[in-house]
Each structure stands twice: as C-alpha cells, then as structure tokens.
Design a protein around this ligand. Structure first.
Ligand code: PRX
Length: 647
C-alpha cells in the first residue's frame, strides 16, 4: 500500500503546489525548489527561466538560472559520494552482450574513473568548450568519458555505435571535435562490429585534428587499448593512460547556460542537426522527470534498455538516474541474444523494479511466446518511449510483463525536449493504453490547426508547446538560424514538435505520428531526404522517393521508390546493391525493407513529388482520392502494377 500511496500523495501535492505556483506566476519558485537539491558554486542572479518563443519579437532564446555556476559531474557524482555517503552504492550493474560478462560499479569507483579520464583528456589538450566525439558501445567507459567531459567543461558528442563511417565523419566534422574516443569493436549478438575500422574510415575523410582513444571492450576479442591519434598518428591506450592518471580533478565551474553536450538528430533536409543542451536546465529537468515518472525510491534497480547513443540513454541512463543517486542496469546486449528470454533473465538477475523500453522491443518479444518464464515479481513500473505504442502491445506489456500490477508510463518526448514532456505519473494518472496522457510539470502543450489557430476541446492537429521548460534544447550547434527556422517559424509563439496529436474529450493527448518528412523506424527518427540522398548516390539511380509503411515489429519501415537511368535494369541484384548502399551510408538501422522500381514518380505540375500518393501505393490503398493535381495520373497505375515485385 505504502508504495502506491506515498508516491501518489507526493505527486498530488507536487501537482497542486505547481498549479498554485502557475496561477500566481511563481513557476520560478517551483524550479528553485528543485535547484535547491544541487550544489551551486555561485547562485543564480537571474530568474529561473527567461525566454522568447516568438520569432516576430526577436531571436529565440531560453535561459535557466542565469549567473549561476555549477558542474554537472560534481552534482551527479561528488555530491553523492562526499555529501550523500553513497560512495559504496552501486551506480551501474554492467551486463555484457554475453551473460558471462558483467561487473558492478559503485558511485565511488565511478568518481575515481571519471577523474582519471578527465585528467587524460586534459593532458591531451582538451579544454573547456572543446568538443569530444564518443563512438563507443554500451560499456562503462562510455559513461566515464561523458562525465569526464562534463567535469572539465568539454562538450561531448556521442555518436551511436551503429552509425556508418560516413555518418560518424559528418558528425565529427560538424562538431569540429578535437578528440574521438572509440573502441576496437563490439559484439552485438553474434555480430562483430568493427568500430576501429569504421573510425579509421571516418577519420580518413575528416580534415580536423583528431585524437583517438580506444578502449578495452567486454569481449575477449578486444585487446585492452586506448590510443590518441593526431595528424602524426601518435597513439595512446586507455589502460596505460589511465594507470598513471591522478584521481584528483577539480571540476571546472561552468555557467548555468554553458553547453553540456551536442547530440545529432535527423533533420528533414537530410543533414543532421546538432541539438545543444546546457548544464543547469538539463540537470534540473532530467533529475525531476526521472524522479517523478519512475517514482524513484533509493532501493530501486532501474533499467532502461536504450542505447546511450540516443537521447533516451543520455537523459535516462546517464544523467537522470545519476542525478538521483539511483542504481541502474547498463546493458550492452540485444533482446534476443543468446536467447529470446534475455530481457526477462536480466530483470530476474538484478531484481529490476523499474523497466523502460521501446514499443518495437515489446512487439518483438511478444512474438516469442505467451509469457516470459522468469521471475518478474520485482517489477513496479514499466515505461515506453520512442514511438506510439499500439494497444495490443500495451496490453501485453501491462498484463504479461507487469502482471497487471505495474502502471505503464508512455512517455512522449524528443531529443530536442531533453526529457519527458507528455507522460503519466505512475499511480496518479489514470491510464489509457496508447496515450501519453498529460504534460509534465511546467509544460504547456496545445494543438494548432493548419492556420496556426489553437483548437479547443476534442481536436487533432499540430502538437506545439507554448513555453519552455528547463530541459529544452537551446540551439542547433553553430546554426541558430536553423534552430529558429525548424522549430519556431511555422507558428510564431510556439515550439513546433513536428508531431501530430489528438486531444480526447477527457483532455488526454494521443500522438498520431510525424507530420513532417521524418520516419520513425524502431523508435529511431530518420529523414526521407537522407535515405533518398543515399539511394541517389548509386550510379544507376536518377531519382528516389522514400515513404513509410507500417511494420509489425518496427512500427514503420522504409519503402523506397527508385527511378533508374535509361537502360539500367531493375533486378534483385540492383535491390541488394541499393540496400547495401543505404546501410553503408547511414547505418544498418536505415536498411530499407522495400525497394520498388518507379519508371516515373507522381508529381504535381510544378514538379513536387506527391508523397501522400506514394504512401498509399506502399500500403496498397487503392482509394487514392483526388488526383487532379497530378501532372500525369497514369504514373499511379504503373506504380501499382509494379508493386508486387517490391514485396
Ligand atoms: O515522433 C515522436 C516519437 O519520437 C520522436 C522523437 O524522436 P527522438 O528525438 O529520436 O527521441 C526519441 C526518444 C525520446 C517524436 O517526435 N516519439 C517519442 N516518444 C513517443 C513518440 N511517439 C509516440 N509516443 C511516444 N511515447
């Protein structure tokens, strides 16, 4: 009973505290109270939040706690070890790709590793404000390196270790990183991913001065190594560099609005955007969302299955849990290796109480049998993120995994939002399967129609936010104009998410999916433009158009239409080549499921591709509605007749 009522009362009282605060325009007082949990070298001189969300009134900006000085790493490690007596508490249970590989890391050990790594980076010449790219698998060194950057004021840019050398290269160049931290390789399931080779290829194409620091990884195939590489290819090995590195490293005291990290997310033009998050606001927001949404208790064992290469890992594996002094599982593997019960085995092994995963993983595991044959009785709360969850998957998660005992928190958010923005509070919000329910404290969503007018009551349209919260992104790295154009130009006065949403009669929000040229495959966002650009690199392709098609496990998959140059034949070999090309250029997550020959694409008279029609062809929906704007309606018949070959 206590586990239900204590958080419930806590949430309700927080909710009312906030409502009152909002009414009296004292939202500052609310965030001030949250900030009081942390160490500030210098207090804020400005208000908790300042902002302009209206492009017609000047530049867009958000500032949190202006004038304050602090350090993220100090707050998530030293504060616990020195002030909270949590030195012996487990920060992470690391579980390798193979169940035989595992280790435990306490807060005290973390602090020591992080300080030594910070000193290594300093020795390599990394200073406050410098960018460090990190291309590592889910090993503890990934977290150490992130926090080492945070400690010395360097800005980390983690690149998901499933991206191709081209994608890595593009991100290193854009961030102008002076160091790349990577590993020999990693096993994902049975597959070896040769990170070193990919890094070498990426670095060949970059012009920036790069150091590589390579890390011992978990499997016997890896040699313990770290090296730095400059233009003259000098090398350093992780173990050697760390062994004579001091455990003392004074944190760099940063301004509240100094950048903490850059994380790249797909942009609709095809070029990824470097989303910038800053120190103080991100700390407050990831701390509080983690605490409330997962109803954090000090004896919890929390597990988020995401990869730290995505925002979910940044906010809810690294920063949010550590800010709370939580114990988490850090998992290197995949759900089905070495067997399909791996997730459940890990939950049983570590007695996981809070479990956070993606609908795509739930749908995959649902296929493998009615119920997991493991003891899941420790579970208290289940979370999902990344894409809309279909009711069937929600029910299975709730009934079979949670045994009808655990609230399912469907958390809607984005790389840009930094943390949950629409989410239930467990045991406090009555749930509706498939709905992310209501805004988090201090978040004000609304729905706009095509003309930018707010629609009241039951409505569907563009999901936007009226004002910021501390954890929202501040800019696109080195491109503030792109930041303003992407998120604030369409509807002045609002942050535009790019998602559609419906509000039902009870005020619940239901995300209907992206309404821009973005696709969500297995919870990973990508732009149609980047896949099209990869396809047109093939010498035989003259034009390509990519749309999404529903997929039973991935949610959405890629369906590509390609127009070949004269005399080039569309056959199985061509399909295989094109798939391989996309894998190489972007990474395996972007591998198309379908590639269809398109002798011509449906275009308007002004030459614009009508994606709506392509989506319907991909889905085999025959009722196409109004085709009068098409330059040549016969194209559609041809595309339908070629469909079967694609599938
Ligand atoms: O379309 C929404 C979908 O994922 C997008 C954000 O992707 P990304 O920046 O990669 O961050 C993913 C992890 C936070 C959103 O614009 N999305 C995320 N969570 C949900 C969701 N769609 C529906 N329901 C969700 N809970």
């Amino acid at each position: 009973c206590a586990t239900v009522w204590t958080p419930l009362i806590h949430h309700i009282s927080m909710h009312f505290t906030l409502k009152r605060a909002l009414k009296c325009e004292f939202i500052s007082a609310f965030w001030k109270q949250v900030a009081d949990e942390f160490f500030w070298k210098k207090p804020a001189t400005g208000p908790m939040l300042q902002y302009n969300f209206d492009v017609t009134k000047g530049n867009i900006f958000v500032k949190c706690m202006e004038g304050a000085k602090t350090n993220m790493c100090y707050n998530v490690l030293d504060r616990h070890v020195r002030e909270g007596n949590l030195g012996e508490k487990v920060a992470y249970y690391w579980e390798g790709n193979s169940p035989e590989h595992h280790t435990t890391i306490t807060y005290g050990q973390m602090l020591s590793h992080v300080c030594r790594c910070a000193n290594v980076l300093k020795r390599m010449g990394v200073r406050k404000g410098d960018r460090v790219s990190i291309y590592l698998p889910m090993i503890p060194e990934l977290v150490y390196t992130m926090l080492a950057c945070a400690r010395i004021g360097a800005v980390h840019s983690v690149v998901f270790a499933g991206f191709s050398s081209d994608s890595l290269c593009e991100r290193i160049m854009d961030a102008q990183s002076s160091v790349l931290v990577t590993a020999d390789g990693v096993y994902r399931g049975d597959k070896l991913i040769n990170l070193k080779q990919i890094s070498d290829e990426a670095l060949e194409k970059t012009t920036s001065r790069i150091y590589i620091k390579r890390i011992k990884a978990s499997e016997p195939v890896y040699r313990p190594c770290l090296f730095t590489q400059t233009r003259n290819l000098a090398l350093d090995w992780w173990d050697e560099a760390m062994s004579d590195s001091s455990e003392d490293c004074e944190p760099e005291w940063l301004d509240a609005e100094d950048p903490l990290f850059i994380l790249y997310t797909s942009g609709s033009t095809g070029k990824p955007k470097g989303v910038v998050h800053t120190v103080a606001g991100y700390l407050l927001y990831t701390f509080l969302t983690f605490k409330c949404v997962f109803d954090y208790h000090h004896d919890d064992v929390y597990w988020c299955t995401a990869d730290i290469g995505w925002i979910t890992g940044h906010s809810y594996i690294t920063y949010g849990p550590l800010a709370n002094g939580a114990t988490s599982v850090l998992f290197e593997g995949i759900p089905v290796h070495p067997h399909v019960g791996r997730f459940w085995e890990v939950i049983e092994k570590y007695k996981v109480t809070k479990f956070y995963t993606a609908p795509t993983a739930i749908r995959l595991l649902m296929k493998y049998g009615p119920e997991p044959l493991y003891d899941l009785s420790t579970l208290r709360i289940l979370g999902t993120v990344g894409e809309p969850i279909n009711p069937e998957a929600w029910q299975w998660y709730y009934e079979t995994v949670g045994q009808r005992r655990c609230p399912v928190v469907d958390t809607f958010w984005q790389t840009e939002t930094g943390g949950h923005v629409l989410t239930p509070l467990p045991a406090a919000t009555p749930l509706k399967p498939g709905s992310a329910t209501f805004p988090f404290f201090g978040v004000e969503p609304t729905i706009l129609n095509e003309h930018g007018e707010e629609v009241e009551g039951e409505a569907e349209g563009y999901l936007v936010f009226r004002k910021p919260w501390p954890g929202i992104m501040r800019t696109v790295y080195e491109n503030h104009e792109r930041f303003e154009n992407t998120y604030f130009k369409k509807f002045p006065g609002f942050y535009v998410t790019g998602d559609g949403a419906r509000r039902d009669k009870d005020g619940y929000f239901w995300i209907t999916g992206r309404i821009d040229d973005m696709l969500n495959v297995s919870g990973h966002l990508m732009s149609t433009a980047e896949v099209e650009a990869a396809l047109t690199l093939h010498s035989a392709v003259s034009e390509a158009a990519v749309v999404s098609r529903p997929h039973q496990v991935k949610g959405e998959c890629l369906y590509c239409f390609v127009t070949l140059k004269d005399s080039r034949e569309f056959d199985k070999k061509m399909v295989a080549e094109l798939k391989m090309l996309v894998r190489e250029k972007i990474g395996p997550i972007a591998t198309p499921d379908f590639i269809q020959n398109a002798p011509a694409l449906p275009k308007t008279r002004s030459g614009k591709i009508m994606r709506r029609i392509l989506r319907q062809i991909a889905r085999n929906e025959k009722d196409l509605g109004d085709l009068s704007t098409l330059a040549d309606p016969k194209v559609v018949e041809v595309l339908f007749s070629q469909r079967s070959e694609a599938a």
